[in-house]
Design a protein around this ligand. Structure first.
Ligand code: TYD
Length: 157
């Protein structure tokens, strides 16, 4: 296996679902060459929100953030690929939509710092914790795709 092969967690937040952007956003990750290894729809519980955003629980905006994240179901997606974590963060863009570069998901579809459509793990350590937080081992799929070598050229190996 390529040593740079990584898994990362994406959350399609309630505004992505409400604004019918789920397909559009997922397509960007697929077209980049990332592999979908797990998908499910859920409403995130209080406990899991507090865990997932534990670095923000003391912030004055935490309750608003929590209400937003629970306003409707979200879709959880585990993606796999070479350098998947940094590549995915670039596709998503920085936190505030109005500051994100055009071409990124947040840059193209979001104006807000809170309602910014997508979560993407920010490090290998957090990706591992977040995938375990939201997926059972049996919900993650390891399978081969025939386009792998076309997408990941020899220089990655
Ligand atoms: P954070 O982990 O800092 O950013 P990112 O999602 O880009 O990794 O913040 C998590 C979410 O918290 C962010 O996507 C939106 C929300 N948030 C606010 O609503 N206001 C803020 O000032 C910050 C920093 C975050």
């Amino acid at each position: 296996m390529n040593p740079k092969e990584e898994k990362t967690l994406i959350i399609m937040k309630p505004d992505a679902i409400q604004r019918s952007l789920f397909g559009e956003i997922l397509q960007r990750f697929e077209r980049k060459g990332l592999k979908i290894i797990g998908v499910k729809m859920t409403k995130i519980s209080d406990v899991l929100i507090e865990e997932h955003y534990s670095h923000l629980v003391e912030k004055p905006f935490f309750n608003t953030l929590k209400n937003y994240m629970q306003a409707s179901p979200v879709v959880l997606i585990a993606l796999g690929g070479v350098n998947a974590i940094s590549a995915t963060r670039l596709i998503v863009g920085p936190t505030k939509g109005h500051e994100a570069d055009a071409g990124s998901i947040r840059g193209d579809y979001s104006m807000s710092g809170q309602s910014n459509l997508v979560h993407a793990s920010d490090s290998a350590e957090n990706a591992e914790i977040e995938i375990k937080r939201f997926f059972e081992e049996s919900e993650l799929f390891d399978y081969e795709k025939p386009d792998y070598k076309l997408i990941n050229a020899e220089d990655h190996f």
